[in-house]
Ligand binder design. Sequence first.
Ligand SMILES: [Fe+2]
Length: 278
Amino acid sequence: MESKFVSTRAMRFRWINAQCFEFVMSNGKTLLTDPYFDDPERFQPGRGMSLMNFNVGDIEAADYVFVNHTHGDHIKNLQDVCDRFHPIVICHSAVAMELARTHDIPLTSIYPVDFNGRYYFDGFMLDTYHGTHHASPFGYSASKMGSDDELNAMGSIFNVNFILHTPEGMRVAFIGGNDDGMTERFREIRPNLLIRNKMGSSRDFERVAERFAEIFARSNTQLLIPMHCETWANERPEFLNQVIADMNAIMEEKHLIGRVALLERTRWYGLDLTITEL
Ligand SMILES: [Fe+2]
């Protein structure tokens, strides 16, 4: 029987909702991505993108916040997080001023980054990559949604993806929309863990497992965690579980070691290097 012999932990982390993850590094510093977890006006409990009974008081810590793109379902709770934790907010330089204008964040706490950069933080390092959003038919005027008009429009124009490097040598890729060459880059970068949005919107049911598995198979990664699939988790859990099972079956058929792990939202997990007794 297999048993764990010795194990070291590079980080603990959890999926909260949408593209919101909390990563706690080995030195205790915390990175929160795309803060969106509490939106009672917009969503019914258990439907759409909602998360039940979770608000900023349930976030453990946020020394850093990373913004992948500036749609509401990625920044809606940014102000709540800034008010409670006063983090460094890492965002693309093109949205930095608009975030400053629409949010109450000390200007010196806004940390603009650009594409193809390497950035050093306390407890981790980030490499940044250009990304694009899944296709949407809306132009500028149709994207107006209130006080965050400009941010909402810019959210459709670009994403910032990243590879997080831990001091232990773990590489975690965090990818939002389209592929934009990331699977090509992975041939060299070889992330251990890929955290990825699905390949289309939540209303796109075309060959979901096949398209997602195809990207995974070409990625040279050991583990895939799907994110931004909360609408399916809320409304079609059987469909989502079948997608995960089908993806793992495809990987097995191709004799690839990569496997998909669907996380339970808000539950903590460890990312470990483990030696197992066989
Ligand atoms: Fe978006």
